[in-house]
Design a protein around this ligand. Structure first.
Ligand code: PRP
Length: 212
């Protein structure tokens, strides 16, 4: 049975493709081309390249059997999927940040939070009794507090360079993030052997990566 794997494009996708190639799958993917579907005939695997935020949708709806997604997206979507394996790529943190020296969220007013992760932000602040209003943005989140659209942001921080370059700082780290291998429940039932083979290849590559 052919296996379809959803791969995100962009920063995480580049790391994922590099890792898959090292693991011995995905040699057929030409990331420089504009093609979105690649077929590994020998292994009977199809790779589909998607926007990061769409990977879960394709997996959840059964179009892709498995996919590589950031844990951030998984937390935000609450999708009905299995998280099968935590990968050693896409490592960063989800943090609360704001203008350097202006950590203002200790008061009782409603905090304005700009983020692409409104559900995750709501859950996080709810659990500590902080009322918030979320302002959903798709990118360049760091601009929001600078221009007065929000008090703080909830965003991913990897090197911290974007925050620093824009006069912001981390107020609190919320969650450790990495890429996770996800599957829909039906595929995991009927293609378990094929899926486990891929996980094993990735796991071995992760082990190699750690020892190098
Ligand atoms: C992500 C994230 C931060 C930045 C953090 O954005 O939203 O803006 O990376 O990385 P750093 O800590 O290494 O600077 P991305 O580059 O994916 O673009 P976006 O603004 O469109 O979300």
């Amino acid at each position: 049975m052919a296996l379809t794997i959803a791969i995100p494009k962009g920063r995480l996708g580049n790391q994922a493709i590099e890792m898959l190639k090292k693991a011995g799958v995905g040699e057929c993917i030409d990331e420089k081309s504009r093609k979105l579907v690649f077929k590994d005939k020998k292994r009977n695997i199809n790779f589909i390249l998607l926007k990061n935020s769409d990977v879960i949708t394709y997996v959840e709806n059964g179009v892709a059997d498995i996919g590589i997604s950031g844990k951030d997206m998984v937390m935000e979507s609450g999708g009905d999927i299995y998280q099968l394996y935590k990968m050693n790529i896409g490592k960063c943190k989800m943090s609360v940040a704001g203008i350097k020296g202006k950590k203002i969220f200790k008061d009782s007013t409603i905090l304005r939070v700009a983020t692409s992760f409104p559900e995750t932000a709501k859950r996080y602040f709810d659990s500590r009794g902080q009322k918030i209003k979320t302002i959903q943005l798709k990118g360049s989140i760091e601009l929001a507090p600078i221009l007065g659209l929000s008090d703080v942001i909830v965003d991913l921080v990897e090197t911290g360079n974007t925050l620093k370059a824009n006069g912001l700082e981390v107020f609190e780290d919320m969650y450790q993030i990495s890429a996770v291998l996800i599957s829909n429940k039906i595929s995991y039932k009927f293609k378990r052997k094929e899926i486990k083979e891929i996980i094993e290849l990735i796991r071995r590559e992760d082990e190699n990566g750690k020892s190098n």
